[in-house]
Design a binder for this molecule. Structure first.
Ligand code: NAP
Length: 419
């Protein structure tokens, strides 16, 4: 699904039957709706979302997180970006602005509004409110003054800011934001596609366990009425270890290498969440998209006519298009059947040589220059195992749940990404 960038403003109004009685309660709201052009496919096969969700996301500034935020925001859900760095998040989500009627609805948003918009509040909002009250007080009694006031205020705020409804919170504020959310998606972790030194290996594991434990502790220590109902926790197909011959599904045992150990401990940290919270552990495969992950590194090499399979080319490559992964997470947020372990991989894994061939063909470039194991090991150290050894992982649970993949075949996924 591609964003066309068309934004429409629609009005919604709830009015009590007795418009002019003293008890009149009337609220005007702008609803921002985004118009999307579905490039193809079966998005309508996923269950319709009517209820607004408030979703707190760690790692929202990353490759997968950004697409998830975009998707949730497009469907008018409220997103709370939990980050280590507000300035980084602001550079990624520059339009973190608000909508009056939803802004004042929670302490977290209120607090944030005051912090971030002091200038507008003191120099524009307060004087404008006073001015509007003055005007409204001179209007004839037949007009609902409260309606008019809300209308003018909303108009004013829309003129001052645009309102994407994304809230940004740094670590000390996470508690305030997680509490009161409908759901939490936990994607945070140090990237693994770097040269592994002992310190980086430690960080790869500890970053995931630390953030997951923090999120779980906040959820568990929340009062019942503020506790999120759902936790979607990322993990990875590295859980299964590697093999050229075996096929792994959600029932398969864990492997015995370093990444398997990381995934086990990561999942164990998430499994501590309160039993009343629905937990979905998404074991993510290699995510394909232009803006990040493995493909973003491969494309420039192929464009320079230097592409080719990494290592022997025989290793399995269990991939998923980023839009399918985001759809899977999105579905898991609202569908109560999505719980436990769910492999986030496409139904048709391929060998490394095949994906390189397909990528070359889509890019109009040859896939002829194999990168030997030794070169990768020199560049990535132990981290080379991520690309040199693979695993064939199938999404058995997603299929059981009736999840519909938009891109089941790698060629279509690559074509869509490069188009
Ligand atoms: N992409 C894939 O192919 C793939 C495959 C399997 C599993 N996964 C898993 O899915 C999750 C999201 O993947 P991604 O590709 O979107 O990752 P990414 O682009 O590397 O983003 C991860 C996010 O995690 C946060 N982060 C980074 N280092 C951290 C640290 N030391 N401590 C706490 N937070 C840290 C950052 O957010 P802030 O700076 O805003 O805090 C960052 O934006 C990761 O946990 C990853 O292991 C991804």
């Amino acid at each position: 699904m591609e964003l066309c960038g068309v934004t429409a403003i629609a009005w919604s109004k709830s009015i009590s039957p007795t418009l002019h009685s003293p008890q009149t309660f009337s609220v005007w709201r702008f609803r921002r709706t985004r118009t999307f052009c579905a490039s193809s496919g079966n998005d309508s096969a996923q269950s319709p979302k009517t209820d607004e969700m408030i979703v707190s996301i760690t790692g929202a500034t990353g490759f997968i997180g950004k697409r998830l935020v975009q998707r949730l925001h497009a469907d008018n859900h409220r997103v709370r970006v939990l980050t280590r760095s507000r300035s980084k998040a602001l550079s990624i989500f520059p339009g973190k602005k608000f909508f009056l009627s939803s802004t004042l609805s929670s302490y977290a948003n209120y607090h944030f509004l005051i912090q971030e918009y002091k200038f507008y509040i003191y120099f524009f909002l307060f004087p404008s409110i006073s001015f509007l009250i003055l005007i409204v007080s001179y209007l004839p009694l037949t007009i609902s003054k409260i309606d008019l006031l809300f209308l003018l205020l909303n108009l004013f705020i829309c003129l001052v800011r645009d309102f994407p409804g994304v809230v940004i919170a740094e670590e000390p504020e996470w508690r305030n934001y997680i509490q009161g959310s409908t759901a939490v998606v936990n994607l945070a972790g140090t990237p693994i596609s770097t040269r592994w030194s002992p310190d980086i290996k430690k960080d790869i594991k500890e970053s995931r366990i630390k953030v997951t434990s923090k999120v779980v502790d906040i959820i568990n220590n929340s009062q019942d009425e503020l506790r999120p109902k759902v936790l979607i926790n990322a993990t990875a197909i590295g859980y299964y270890g590697t093999s050229q011959t075996r096929v792994f599904d959600e029932q398969s045992p864990s492997g015995n290498d370093y990444l398997a150990e990381v995934c086990r401990e990561w999942e164990t940290a998430a499994l501590r969440v309160d039993k009343d919270v629905r937990l979905a552990l998404i074991r993510i495969g290699v995510v394909l998209g232009k803006e990040g992950g493995a493909l973003a590194k491969m494309i420039p090499i192929f464009m320079m006519f230097a592409g080719g399979p990494l290592g022997s080319g025989k290793q399995w490559f269990s991939w998923i298009h980023v839009d399918d992964l985001v759809n899977l997470i999105y579905e898991a947020l609202s569908n109560p059947s999505y719980k436990g372990v769910i492999n986030g991989t496409a139904p048709n894994p391929v060998r490394m040589s095949e994906i390189c061939e397909q990528l070359g063909s889509v890019l109009g470039r040859p896939s002829w220059l194999p990168v030997p194991d030794i070169a990768l090991k020199a560049a990535l150290g132990e981290g080379a195992c991520v690309v040199l050894e693979g695993q064939k992982v199938v999404p058995a649970r997603a299929k059981e749940l009736g999840f519909s993949f938009k891109y089941p075949h790698v060629k279509d996924a690559l074509k869509a990404i490069m188009s």
